[in-house]
Design a binder for this molecule. Structure first.
Ligand SMILES: Cc1ncc(COP(=O)(O)O)c(C=O)c1O
Length: 410
């Protein structure tokens, strides 16, 4: 009876000319760089399309992580800041693997790195604060900072500098209102890694100009050349850094939505308070999985070393094939993305990605989604299976041969 009443009401309402935008916030109405890609991703997928689009590992996490886990026993709410045992374990991991002297008071467990980034911004930014954003970068970052009214200052990264942050250029962007620098190493989408020397120079700027850093280390374990350094381990930086991590990439678990942040305790207390306005807490089942990952560290190291070997093989293959097809691609040092120069084919990466999907049935991300300096590039994820990568490369090769003169028509 009740449902019938509701239906009737809706039908009646549908008869009116409703101004839907009246109910949307200005944040929701804003246009974001990756809006078009989100639409493309949400559209029904044509049959036979190979996706090198998402950073979603094709590996399954090891079965022993799940064996004997009592899912029903994890049905309740947990503390907003995360389960104490997991936070203690994470603090130990940060000490042994990242050289960071953190305690559990410095850790908050989140729904993936995305929520850790969101809470970091929510806990620290006021409207009109400026955030320096080296770009091309993880596509949601600009929008996420702008949600809080912050102004984003782009720091363009250059292909001929292998997309590394240039500290001198960074220093030039710091102004009166600058509060924060976002860093992401290894980088999505370029695979660049910030060296210890560059991080030390950035740390000097942060200390000198009284800034804090949000250091997104989602790909910390996927390093093929060089070393991963956490900026918080450098002198004077622990007190002015929010570190962000996830289990999505290293441990192939994006669907479990588990991440964490490490920061000075006043930031963590703020994040715990603000957690009540977002997700309350990360799912307890996922937190139990996170604890398993830490408890089974030796077996997990083995899993990771096998995964890394496989990614490295795919990286070498995809870089070779993309270059051979005329899509100039440097060898990424970390993460699992190839970032290819497509300027000889098309004026815009958006046109290129649409044509690639329509003509070659390959889905990949246009570089412009990652910021203005990503224009003229495409991002290909090699977190896909080797078979899919091989087939996609054959298709891209044929597409490139056919479209050598694409740019003239674009
Ligand atoms: C640099 C970077 N940070 C954070 C995330 C978010 O990861 P999560 O799945 O943990 O939310 C991603 C996901 O692609 C990423 O590339």
């Amino acid at each position: 009876m009740m449902f019938q009443y509701l239906n009737t009401e809706r039908q009646t309402m549908a008869g009116y000319q409703m101004d839907e935008t009246r109910f949307l916030s200005s944040i929701a109405k804003r246009k974001y760089p990756h809006d078009e890609t989100v639409r493309m991703l949400s559209a029904p997928r044509k049959e036979g399309v190979i996706s090198l689009n998402l950073g979603e590992p094709d590996f399954a996490p090891p079965q022993f992580l799940f064996d004997g886990l009592d899912a029903a026993g994890k049905k309740g709410y947990g503390p907003p800041i995360g389960m104490p045992g997991l936070r203690e374990g994470i603090a130990r991991k940060l000490k042994s693997s990242n050289g960071i002297d953190a305690s559990m008071e410095n850790i908050a467990v989140t729904c993936g790195a995305t929520e850790a980034l969101f809470l970091s911004a929510m806990a620290s930014l006021n409207p009109k604060d400026e955030v320096i954003l080296p770009e091309p970068c993880f596509s949601v970052m600009k929008g996420m900072f702008e949600v809080f009214g912050a102004s984003v200052i782009d720091l363009p990264l250059k292909q001929d500098e292998q997309f590394e942050v240039n500290p001198d250029e960074l220093a030039k962007q710091v102004g009166e209102k600058t509060k924060c620098i976002y860093l992401n190493s290894p980088s999505n989408p370029t695979g660049a890694i910030l060296s210890r020397k560059i991080l030390e120079e950035i740390a000097d700027i942060a200390v000198d100009r009284d800034l804090f850093v949000i250091s997104d280390e989602a790909y910390e374990s996927l390093v093929y050349e060089g070393e991963h350094v956490s900026i918080a381990s450098l002198n004077g930086m622990f007190d002015r850094t929010i570190l962000v991590y996830t289990l999505s990439k290293t441990w192939a678990m994006p669907g479990f939505r588990l991440g964490y942040m490490c920061a000075p305790d006043f930031i963590i207390q703020a994040a715990a308070k603000l957690h009540l306005y977002t997700t309350v807490c990360a799912p307890l089942f996922s937190q139990a999985l996170g604890l398993r990952v830490l408890e089974k560290a030796d077996s997990m190291r083995l899993f990771l070393s096998e995964a890394k070997k496989e990614y490295e093989k795919r990286r070498d293959f995809i870089t070779y094939r993309l270059n051979e097809a005329g899509l100039w691609t440097h060898k990424p040092k970390g993460a699992f993305y190839a970032f290819s120069d497509i300027r000889q084919f098309s004026k815009t990466s958006s046109d290129f990605s649409k044509a690639l999907l329509e003509e070659a049935n390959v889905l990949a991300m246009p570089g412009s989604d990652f910021g203005p300096s990503g224009e003229g590039f495409m991002r290909f994820s090699y977190a896909a299976s080797m078979k899919n990568i091989e087939d996609a490369m054959d298709r891209i090769d044929a597409f490139a041969r056919k479209n050598k003169s694409f740019s003239k028509n674009a």
